[in-house]
Design a protein. Structure first.
Lengths: 482, 482
């Protein structure tokens, strides 16, 4: 800070430190002065209602009867449930309709509700593919016509306690993983990884894509069911925790987690007496797809976060999801309402032949991983991934450190080796996101914006601030401080 | 440094910086002065012959005809071969005698030659076990009598291009891995991991130990042979490189490497048509032993380092090995001569019920991993291991950084994520070890000093300096500078 007296009195050069609004700087410089601009913004970004709400909701250890203290207690319970969660892969349902008998002519999709007209290309491509797979349409044109006409009911995965990566389509005949959080008793579901390349979740829908979906339904799913049942369940939390020690953040890198799953499946299959050809094909498929565990990391995260949902007054985020147009969050104490804002574009590396103009906006339910403390929040665990997005190891560590500033606790069951085994950032508090002006960071795949192309890169993205400001205002309203 | 004039002239208090010899300090302090001791030692630790030899062997970029430049060129070739190595697991020999038909009544062991009378407890225990396993003796007492009487020929593993962890016993009926360095054409061998707990390599020799050895011979080895042959070989270098990105230093931690091996074996076995029960038992055995890959990391390192051996004038270390009494090294340009010195005691963590007084001195051929740049040299890759030895992540990184000061190059094929993907320290130069006074660091298991007990802990140890000073003197003699 300047120690000079006011310039008009001392007739010395102006030396000014400017907070926030840039417009003041020009006049200082025009007058021959020096100006340093600090990147400061008022709480709530100048929105008086938001700033007032934040102040009312703030933690106040001195006053246990304050609204802030009530929120803190609710949040403590929420993170207690996150930390105590024990997601186990307990079964594989051979068809989604076995779990949800009402799933005829219905598609589940990633993110918040979105109409066909507003929908992004890859999700449209995936929906068309799902209709072909289900044989509800016999051509892409017929499928598109049905979808445009509203002949297919669209629902969010999250409302069925399910999650799906990228477009996240789950249809009646697709097999789903069944994961039980045995600590809390709740159950969650996800579809299965199709591998890399041309895949439905990125919007591809050619004959190869449909044929692979049928193989997953008829070969992989029964084989994995036999393995899971034979093993008496597979402990997904243990795999996630081990994988953090082995270079995965269990969102965009699942190499170690997939190998651990393969080990568990291999040992279980050896006893299960399944068809040898099916076992061989299934093991080779998993061994050849280092992201196979992603869907399991997602559903484990979903089973974990659902246990923390519905706690009155809690400001902890229990879901972040993207439909390719908007990013949406749910908050423990605010029911099933989505707080939505337009999705950002991911920043990252593109496969040869593609560039950022080809990219779709951030997409998929996979940000449930970050919601549970993995992915971008655990980037310190995964230096190999930082190489992918062009950064240094120090940057990876910095992302995890930054996320401590938006979370309630550190998860003692999930350690980050590069931070001397500190627990992962756990329980995003919408108040902290807004108050500190720090948006949650997400590691993500990048889909082509047009239907039918598929994945074109991988990178990182941040959730839009507007999701969190809306949630803060809604919480203030609900708790009667507005 | 002090800016004071000499005390006798100025009559001011003495302020002294003392280099090296401590005895001067007392008289300064007695006279009321302050003394700071710098931990400085003359090159060669005061040994004039050694210091002179080092000076003659030193690198001198200005003079390409100097002995130092000749050594540098030889060392460049040595590290070129280390970096170019491509160790592949190409076969499993069902019995060591299939590789070495002259192996009757012979035991191979770790480290340099050692007579029965001088031998450490765990190696004695393992040798007794091997005689029981081979049915060359029908009781431990009879076996000991035969060994004491010299009825069994003892040889070093290294002289058969082989390596074995801890006591490193290889006998006629044991199966061995066959690893070919396809870049150079040489072949190396090792025995197979017995798992953890009571095992021969740590000196245990009870009925359970012998029974497991028979199972390895009759079930595991044929199964792995079928898998390796079915796969057309398994690329060990690729597994080592990937494992460094996944938290292993592939000596004392091989969790990720073992999972990768399991993945390769699983996929190959699915096609190999082996007996289902044997496949099941073998896969479960590997999946249940996160150190299973150690023996393969060792033999891959041996196949790598043997390619760098025998280069005239090279001062690169091509083997470090411990027989439980001495640590011994071989140097590329110095033939098959071992340079030996008494082994240090490892520093580390002990299993419940044991303490450092129970420990045997450093033991085993596994320091071949460090010789090739893994283990202690790659400790930066393995923060989980540093937790085991009680250190911080910064300490792990510091060990790897320190090892750059004793090596010729960085291996671009083996990256350390925590050092922003710098290559591993590659090619120990005996000149640098002595000149910098830095002893190579080794991660290691700790054996009980008595025969028959087994592993009691894990930790780190450094190779004795005397191995390297002897090698420097021998190199000087060989190159005619003495």
């Amino acid at each position: 800070m300047s120690t000079h007296p006011p310039a008009l009195l001392a007739d010395e050069p102006l030396v000014v430190v400017n907070l926030g609004v840039d417009e003041f700087v020009d006049s200082v410089r025009d007058a021959g002065g020096e100006a340093t601009t600090l990147d400061w913004r008022p709480v709530g970004d100048g929105d008086a209602r938001l700033a007032w709400s934040l102040a009312q909701l703030a933690s106040d250890a001195q006053d246990p009867d304050s609204v802030g203290s009530r929120i803190d207690r609710a949040n403590a319970l929420a993170v207690e449930r996150i930390i105590a969660a024990q997601p186990m892969l307990v079964d594989v349902a051979l068809h989604a309709r076995d779990v949800w008998p009402d799933l005829d002519r219905t598609l589940l999709h990633a993110g918040a509700p979105v109409a066909w007209d507003a929908m992004c290309g890859p999700m449209r491509g995936a929906m068309i593919g799902a209709l072909l797979y289900e044989r509800w349409a016999d051509s892409a044109e017929a499928a598109e016509k049905m979808l445009r006409a509203g002949a297919i009911r669209l629902e969010q995965c999250h409302d069925r306690q399910a999650v799906g990566p990228m477009s996240g389509i789950i249809s009646s005949s697709m097999p789903v993983f069944v994961v039980k959080n045995v600590a809390h008793g709740n159950v969650a579901y996800s579809n299965m990884s199709e591998g890399i390349g041309r895949v439905l979740r990125f919007g591809a829908n050619g004959e190869d894509v449909i044929a692979r979906l049928r193989w997953i339904e008829t070969v992989l799913a029964p084989t994995l069911r036999a393995a899971v049942r034979g093993a008496g369940g597979i402990d997904l939390k243990a795999i996630q925790a081990q994988a953090l020690l082995m270079g995965d953040e269990v969102h965009s890198r699942n190499a170690a987690a997939t190998l651990q799953l393969l080990s568990a499946v291999t040992v279980a299959l050896a006893d299960a007496g399944v068809d040898a050809k099916a076992a061989r094909e299934s093991l080779r498929f998993i061994a050849g797809n280092s992201q196979f565990f992603l869907n399991l990391s997602m559903v484990a995260s979903k089973a974990t976060m659902d246990a923390a949902h519905g706690i009155d007054a809690s400001s902890v985020v229990t879901a972040m999801a993207r439909n390719g147009v908007t990013t949406a969050i749910r908050v423990s104490g605010l029911g099933s309402r989505w707080f939505e804002a337009p999705s950002d574009m991911p920043i990252g590396l593109y496969f040869t032949g593609f560039r950022k103009e080809d990219a779709n906006a951030d997409l998929g339910d996979s940000a449930i991983c970050e919601t549970a403390g993995f992915g971008g929040f655990s980037l310190a665990a995964s230096p190999a991934l930082v190489q992918l997005v062009g950064g240094s190891v120090a940057e990876a560590v910095a992302y995890s450190r930054e996320m401590y500033d938006v979370t309630v606790a550190r998860n003692p069951g999930m350690s980050l080796p590069a931070l001397d085994f500190a627990g992962t950032p756990c329980g995003i508090d919408v108040r902290k996101v807004v108050d500190n002006g720090i948006r949650p960071v997400i590691t993500t795949g990048i889909a082509h914006r047009e239907a039918g192309v598929g994945q074109i890169g991988a990178g990182i993205v941040r959730a839009p601030m507007a999701c969190f400001t809306q949630a803060v205002l809604a919480l203030a309203e609900r708790l009667g401080v507005q």
